[in-house]
Design a protein around this ligand. Structure first.
Ligand SMILES: *Cc1c(COP(=O)(O)O)cnc(C)c1O
Length: 391
């Protein structure tokens, strides 16, 4: 069973012919598991926090999609991130890509900062990202953390080159693969140690479950993470595990359509006279296009853009959309638009936002799998409204 969609549909979903042969794995709600021999946990299950059959099913599935050995499913992407940080101890240093998810920065600075972990935010994207990384490594550096593509500027880091540097320096590399999904990018195959997902996004895909995942190949790291996950209780619930398994079955179909629509919309926006700039790695003029082409099999479905308009008009445009919903999050079947400076990235200091190139006028669009003509018509009518009222 080798190919992506076959694995997505079948791994973890094997019918149990000894019981009822369910084609869809049941939601195992039991919080504890009975045994008839004191020294022998039935099927290896003891208590649902340390192991649950539905969660195990989705963990196996996630591992197979990333081409990894071990998968762990968490209650959210941030819970998974927190677990990775707990591998460290006070005094350790982490190098982080400068354009990471706003909540990642908040977790690192405002939570783990208190425990005397230090963080350097560096632009690790593009051809020069690797030398900037080499220059930032300190005696106490332990982890290098990147997102590629990043949120919301869609910057691309050369994952293979970065993992060559981390390997040489004995550092743990982490890639937040949320924006690409394992369908378009497999960081473990590029030499990375830990892959992280907010499964809330593409993997779940339907805006109905919050979750996170970690996939690794290294048994020692996996054991440490498993211990931490159980010790702090950062687990995905049986129902969310089931929803995630269900969502994953159509991942390939959805990702293909997300990408197809995103390319159409990126080109439409790029050619519109009211649009100043479009950020989408699938566009030839995107600075990360060539690296993306090398390490990804597709460019996924999120793009950002700026209008030739004041902030006030930009907000008017967003509010004039009728079909595209104004909401945080991304990667779902429905198109979602948001304003990073006042929504997802509001927790970042405005000066810092400016430094990393995140302008107040930037708009992020997660292109859904609706009919692309309907999406374009919605964008068109909102662009007109902005003009009518203000110009
Ligand atoms: C949403 C997101 C997260 C956080 O995940 P949650 O499931 O919301 O906790 C982390 N990284 C990226 C890139 C995200 O988009």
């Amino acid at each position: 069973m080798k190919n992506f969609s076959t694995k997505a549909i079948h791994i973890g979903n094997k019918p149990n012919y000894k019981t009822s042969g369910d084609v869809v794995i049941p939601i195992h709600l039991s919080s504890t598991f009975a045994r008839n021999k004191v020294y022998q946990a039935t099927g290896g299950y003891e208590y649902s926090r340390s192991g649950n059959p539905t969660r195990l099913a989705v963990e196996k599935n996630l591992a197979s999609l990333e081409g990894g050995k071990i998968g762990l499913a968490y209650s959210s992407g941030l819970a998974a991130e927190a677990n990775i940080m707990m591998l460290l101890k006070a005094g350790d240093h982490v190098i982080v890509g400068d354009d990471v998810y706003g909540g990642t920065r908040r977790l690192f600075d405002q939570v783990f900062g208190k425990f005397n972990l230090t963080f350097s935010y560096i632009d690790l994207s593009g051809e020069n990202g690797v030398s900037r990384l080499e220059k930032s490594i300190q005696q106490n550096t332990k982890i290098v953390w990147i997102e590629s593509p990043t949120n919301p500027l869609l910057k691309i880091s050369d994952i293979r080159k970065i993992s060559n540097v981390t390997r040489k320096n004995n550092l743990i590399s982490v890639v937040d693969n949320t924006f690409a999904s394992p369908y378009f990018q497999k960081p473990l195959e590029l030499g990375v140690d830990i892959v992280l997902h907010s499964t809330t996004k593409y993997l779940g895909g339907h805006s109905d479950t919050v979750g996170g995942a970690i996939i690794v190949n290294d048994k020692a790291i996996a054991e440490k993470l498993k211990f931490l996950q159980n010790a702090v209780g950062a687990i995905l619930s049986p129902f969310d595990s089931w929803l995630l398994l269900r969502g994953i079955k159509t991942l390939e179909l959805r990702m293909e359509k997300h990408q197809e629509n995103a390319i159409i919309i990126a080109k439409f926006l790029q050619s519109h006279r009211k649009v100043k700039k479009v950020y989408y790695p699938g566009l030839k003029n995107h600075p990360g296009h060539l690296i993306a082409k090398k390490q990804m099999s597709g460019f996924s479905g999120v793009l950002s853009f700026e209008l030739k308009a004041s902030l006030k008009k930009t907000i008017k445009f967003i509010e004039a959309l009728k079909l595209i919903l104004v909401a945080e999050s991304l990667g779902a079947v429905e198109s979602l638009i948001e304003h990073p400076a006042s929504m997802t990235h509001a927790s970042i200091d405005p000066k810092e936002r400016k430094k990393i190139g995140l302008s107040d006028g930037l708009i992020r669009l997660s292109v859904g799998v609706e009919d692309s003509n309907d999406l374009i018509n919605d964008l068109k009518q909102a662009l007109t409204k902005m003009k009518d009222k203000q110009d």
